[in-house]
Design a protein around this ligand. Structure first.
Ligand code: AMP
Length: 280
């Protein structure tokens, strides 16, 4: 695996490969890698000549400085994991490479209504930060395909919007959620929970499954109330639990079988924010 730290170096290297008609798959991450990230990289490896993974903890997408401060970093272990599955190239830039003019210069992307629902409400400015870093990274790597996790479903929609807006001509491949044994969606943040809590947090996914299982004979509002009660009883505070149109993330009051629907949830558990979703 080749490791690049400088944007210009990786850009030059990858543009030579592209000239050689090699297809490039790109997996952007913030490190503290787990099986979810590796699943994206493996999918990319199966579909492209060259797979590039980046690790960059992007400060502009954290609206809470304490959350950024506590974000886990395990670069050496990450390098071993990526090398172990034969990733071709790792991009490991520092902040100056990504934001040569600093992070204070405000950029504003027209992300439309997607920006101000769900995660956008709870984390103001978050998606502008995501769009900003992805705009920079995609221009450096210039991949054919971009591998993103369905766990961050709204993020996939936002990045699709960015790609359209900026005419970046990249194809998104959305990869299914990888879960722990308990059902908890894997996340770098899970490391901050102890083993017992991690197991218990499986109840989040169980409640999504409970709603889906009963969708054909009960109302969403009734099922939502019961699910929230169970979660709160387990000490899990629900930030949102919504039913939405899968295409545009518009919220729905009730099940509508004429639409593709998604359940999306965000919770706070022991001071940690966790998200999950399930297609109905
Ligand atoms: P992050 O490092 O958390 O920014 O995530 C990097 C990429 O990995 C994003 O596209 C995430 O959606 C994806 N990802 C994170 N967790 C999972 C998971 N449990 N299953 C699949 N993809 C994931």
């Amino acid at each position: 695996m080749i490791i690049y730290k400088k944007a210009n170096d990786i850009k030059n290297y990858l543009s030579l490969l592209a000239k050689d008609k090699k297809s490039i798959g790109f997996v952007p991450t913030m490190g503290a890698l787990h099986e979810g990230h590796l699943s994206l990289a493996r999918t990319s490896k199966a579909e492209n000549d060259v797979t590039v993974v980046s690790i960059f903890v992007n400060p502009t997408q954290f609206n809470d400085p304490a959350d950024l401060e506590k974000y886990p970093v395990s670069t050496e272990k990450d390098i071993l994991l990526l090398d172990g599955i034969d990733v071709d190239v790792l991009f490991l830039p520092d902040q100056k490479e990504i934001y040569p003019d600093g992070t204070d210069v405000e950029k504003n992307y027209n992300l439309g209504p997607l920006e101000n629902v769900l995660e956008g409400v709870s984390r103001p400015g978050h998606f502008q930060g995501v769009a900003r870093v992805m705009d920079v990274l995609l221009r450096i790597v210039n991949p054919d395909r971009l591998y993103l996790g369905q766990k961050d479903f709204q993020q996939v929609k936002v990045i699709q919007r960015l790609i359209d807006l900026q005419g970046l001509g990249v194809q998104i491949v959305a990869v299914p959620i990888v879960r722990e044994e308990s059902g908890l969606a894997m996340s770098s943040r899970n490391q901050r929970l102890d083993a017992a809590s991690r197991k218990m947090a499986g109840i989040i996914f169980q409640q999504l499954q409970f709603i889906r299982k009963n969708a054909d004979h009960q109302t969403f509002s009734g099922l939502k109330k019961a699910a929230i009660e169970k979660l709160e009883k387990a000490g899990i505070h629900v930030d949102y639990l919504v039913l939405a149109n899968r295409e545009n993330l518009e919220q729905l009051k009730e099940f509508d079988s004429s639409l593709n629907m998604m359940l999306l949830i965000a919770v706070q558990f022991q001071g940690i924010r966790l998200i999950d979703n399930l297609q109905i």
